[in-house]
Every structure is written in C-alpha cells, then in structure tokens.
Design a binder for this molecule. Structure first.
Ligand code: 5GP
Length: 121
C-alpha cells in the first residue's frame, strides 16, 4: 500500500491538526489517543512516512527502527509506567483492523489491563 500523505497522523506530524503531545524526539512523536481505551492511552508514531509495522521493518533504516523503539520506551518512562507496567500493541492491515495508515504503537496503562485479547468472536 502506498503511503497516503493526507492521513490524519501525517497531518499531526506536520502540525496541521493539533494533538496532546506527550513526548517527541528526532525519530518519533507520542500523543494522547483521541478515544482512550485505558486511563493512559498514548500513540507513538515514527516521523518517517511508513504505513505499518510491515512497511517500517521492510524499508526503514536501522537508525530509524532503533530510534523509534527507544522512543516507545522513553514515552513509557516519561509516563512513569515502567514500574506498574503497561501494554503496547500495533494493528497492521485489514485483519489487524488498522484504521490509520501511518505506523503507530498504542501504549496502554494506568490500571490492570486484563486479558490481552477477547477470547470470543
Ligand atoms: P488503529 O485502529 O489504526 O490501530 O488506531 C487508530 C487510533 O487512532 C485509534 O485508537 C483512534 O482513537 C486514534 N485516532 C484517530 N484519529 C485521531 C486523531 O485525530 N487524533 C488522535 N489523537 N487520535 C486519533
């Protein structure tokens, strides 16, 4: 899938629409999810134009991949989640039910999060 430069996270990266910023560095931006599914629900996105984790791990440089993963950890530490713990998740493609076609890691925390996946359906 070609990268859509008009996707909502591309617009957030360009500053065309606002976000509640949590963390940023040269590789990544982290901001609050607009529809939180946990007391803490933050999205971490790479600055580069990558559709998904598949695209990212195919085409990004080692420095981009390392920098992005470091940024996920830095975001969690900034939110003081390392000790109580947290969950990360990335939806990829149709079966993964990815809605926004710019790679994003969901970071959930702030309570015991329960089972990882629904066991029915
Ligand atoms: P996906 O289903 O693609 O893994 O997750 C997309 C996420 O982006 C959803 O959790 C949704 O609430 C969030 N989202 C969609 N549009 C916006 C937006 O304009 N701003 C923010 N902060 N989050 C958004």
């Amino acid at each position: 899938m070609a990268y859509d430069t008009e996707n909502i996270f591309a617009k957030i990266l360009r500053g065309e629409i606002p976000c509640d910023k949590i963390y940023e560095d040269e590789h990544a931006l982290a901001f609050e999810d607009i529809n939180p599914q946990a007391p803490i629900h933050v999205l971490v996105i790479p600055r580069g134009a990558y559709v998904s984790m598949d695209d990212f791990t195919t085409s990004a440089s080692d420095a981009e991949i390392a920098g992005f993963m470091r940024a996920v950890g830095n975001t969690a530490r900034q939110l003081e989640l390392a000790s109580p713990g947290y969950r990360i998740l990335a939806n990829i493609g149709e079966d993964g039910m990815q809605e926004v076609p710019h790679l994003h890691i969901h970071l959930f925390g702030g309570k015991k999060l329960g089972p990882m996946l629904k066991t029915t359906g």
